[in-house]
Design a binder for this molecule. Sequence first.
Ligand SMILES: [Zn+2]
Length: 269
Amino acid sequence: MPSDNITVDGTSLGHNRRAYESEVRRQIAQLLLYISGRAVLNEIWHNGRTVRIIPTSTTRTTFRGADAHPTNWADAEPRNARLFDGSGHLMPGRGTGRGSNVIIDYDPWEWEIDYSFGGNNTMLANWPPEFRPNRVRAGNDRTEVLLHEMVHAIEEMNGLLHPHPLGNHYDTDSEFNAILVEAVYARERDRSFRSDHQVDGPAGSGRGASAQFTSMFPSTERNDFLARVNRFRAKLPSLAARLRDVPPPNPFRGFDHEMDSPLYDWNDR
Ligand SMILES: [Zn+2]
């Protein structure tokens, strides 16, 4: 039985509180329309820790963008592990592995909405331009941003956050994991996805967007991407098992030619 451990709290916005809370709930409701979204939300609902979603402006005034951070860093990281902050920098102390409650800073209005909802893109392309859904860049859709932060939250709630630095423009292995789930969700919706992580710019401003999973590690062998997926499976086996239910192309189901099947180029810039 899923628990009611996600709260949306727009109190800091004063009279905009209700608009914020209903918009965030709408994003969560959209995630529930998709197998990958349900996989992530069920993983959170079956955890004893809590997630509180608050407006980004509550904690920060300059940096825009979403963030998921534990209320207790030591509890968010594996037992006896050296502590890394969210950017992969060492901090004093050691992890306990107990799992932490999580705060997600997220402002839906910073991001766009892809109204195509995985529909028949060929049909949509024939609509009159003024009624055609926006072309939303990979990683810039509101639900993609929220889902990404929820994957960070799952690592933190399970005491598994260990964001050591990783190359290929991913910053850390935790970012790779979050972007991988974001990619599975994007493909389920027939969208392209980010193939790197660029924290200092808007989502999608990094090396580029792709519809091919193996492009997520272009500078190395395809086997390195597969090894990364296997590490994800070893670290988050329950989430990986839930994600297997997403139809191919889906790297959690296995690696065949379908993984690199072409995508209608809805997201070209
Ligand atoms: Zn991230």
